[in-house]
Design a protein around this ligand. Structure first.
Ligand code: URA
Length: 436
């Protein structure tokens, strides 16, 4: 006799390990409405407290993946690789990375999310491009990945619907911070894209989901292990998210900054993050033998203008105005109101969480999933960690429609900057690497 659903909950509560079929039954019953939300919540709490083996996490990933549709990219020739970031402030890497890697001959199907809480979302940033559509059908997505090499859309309701409902329960039952649940949640959505490989950017620091490096490394190791067991080529980088990435925080300004990377410009930390992740993608795809060779290929794709050309074709294929690629200043950013340094010294740190929350308060992000964002507002970081500042010089610009809007966040942004007498020791952007 198979165990009843209640007995399955009790099994995990008592520290037992599930068979694959038991996890499939639990998720299947939940999606079919035979396991109530309160029962799923009890099971999620049991998993939170008792943990899961790699095998169980793989089974959960597949059960969640099978709850919806899988994109069939088998008709598109070439290796398909995506990048997933656990989220941060100023993280606009996907926007330049996808066309850059596609310009090197690897297919990049990308399903991205919206900003929620202090972290931004790629879809909101892309939609700052006039006309750009992220709500394409799966068939259009497949066609554009084939024609252009990359396409960036939002998660459809058909992809891993079990994750959407389970995440909503986790959010209100204090069970989000659980590594096997996070792993299954992320990988079920990524595997549904029909990819062959995946590079993960696990952010670490004040503005990240994982604040300390040991927890971030455990998450990265688990993602790589489960993804590899699922038959994919997976690598993870741990990257710094103590301070915002780049200078721009806000949708139109972040898209501007990402496009500038493909013009061979852009802030050094953003360029480094893009090249480090892009090199891993080319190696995962077998397009380059080493990360050093991969970096050369990426550099050549930028220098030759090939990456810009791919971006232009992607923007046009998705309904956007392709002229913004040649001239990113066409993206409208609201005028800036300066936040000035109250003392002279060196910027010791810029708190990414505080900057992210201030940007949300200006209207660049949302605290509820149904809120609209204003693409033109945001914050520019004028003095990054390590910069020398003189009293009265700008630390940041607050991009606002009405100068009075700046006052609500001015103190918060000022507090986000720590000024010291000496420059802080340089902090590497890439803090670690986890490979299979
Ligand atoms: N991101 C996800 O997609 N799922 C989680 O559980 C946590 C972060």
């Amino acid at each position: 006799m198979p165990l009843s659903l209640v007995e399955l909950i009790a099994k995990k509560r008592d520290g037992g390990a599930h068979e694959d079929a038991e996890i499939e039954r639990l998720v299947g019953a939940f999606v079919a409405g035979e396991l109530a939300d309160y029962q799923m919540s009890a099971w999620l709490m049991a998993v939170y407290l008792r943990g899961m083996s790699t095998r169980e996490a793989v089974a959960l990933t597949y059960a969640m993946l099978r709850s919806g549709r899988t994109v069939d990219l088998s008709g598109v020739l070439g290796f398909k690789v995506d990048k997933h970031s656990t989220g941060g402030v100023g993280d606009k890497v996907s926007i330049c990375l996808a066309p850059l890697v596609a310009a090197c001959g690897v297919r990049v199907p990308m399903v991205s999310g919206r900003g929620l809480g202090h972290t931004g979302g790629t879809l909101d940033k892309l939609e700052a491009i006039p006309g750009f559509r992220t709500d394409l059908s799966v068939d259009d997505f497949i066609r554009i990945v084939g024609d252009v090499g990359t396409c960036m859309i939002g998660q459809t309701s058909e992809i891993a619907p079990a994750d959407k409902r389970m995440y909503a329960l986790r959010d209100v039952t204090a069970t989000v911070e659980c590594i096997p649940l996070i792993v299954a949640s992320i990988l079920s959505k990524k595997l549904a894209e029909g990819i062959d490989g995946l590079v993960l950017d696990v952010k670490v620091g004040k503005g990240a989901f994982m604040r300390d490096i040991d927890r971030a490394r455990s998450l990265a190791e688990s993602l790589v292990r489960v993804g590899t067991d699922a038959g994919k080529r997976v690598t993870a980088l741990l990257t710094d998210m103590d301070a915002p990435l780049g200078q721009a925080v806000g949708n139109a300004s972040e898209t501007r900054e990402a496009i500038r990377v493909l013009h061979g410009e852009g802030p050094p930390d953003l360029v480094e993050c893009t090249l480090a992740l892009g090199a891993e993608m080319l190696v995962v795809a077998g397009q380059a033998g080493t990360v050093e060779l991969a970096r050369k290929e990426l550099g050549a794709a930028i220098a030759s203008g090939r990456a810009l050309a791919v971006m232009e074709r992607m923007v046009a294929a998705q309904g956007g105005d392709p002229r913004v690629v040649a001239d990113p200043s066409l993206l409208v950013v609201a005028p800036g109101v300066a936040v000035l340094a109250a003392e002279s010294g060196f910027v010791a740190s810029v708190d990414a969480l505080e900057i992210g929350l201030a940007a949300v308060a200006l209207g660049a992000g949302r605290t509820r999933a149904d809120q609209r964002v204003d693409p033109a507002v945001g914050i520019s970081i004028e003095a990054k960690p390590g910069a020398k500042v003189v009293r009265g010089e700008p630390l940041a610009l607050l991009h606002v429609r009405d100068p009075r809007d700046a006052e609500a966040v001015r103190a918060r942004v000022e507090r986000a900057f720590a000024i010291a007498n000496a420059a802080p020791p340089p902090r590497p952007l890439v803090l670690g690497r986890v490979a299979a």
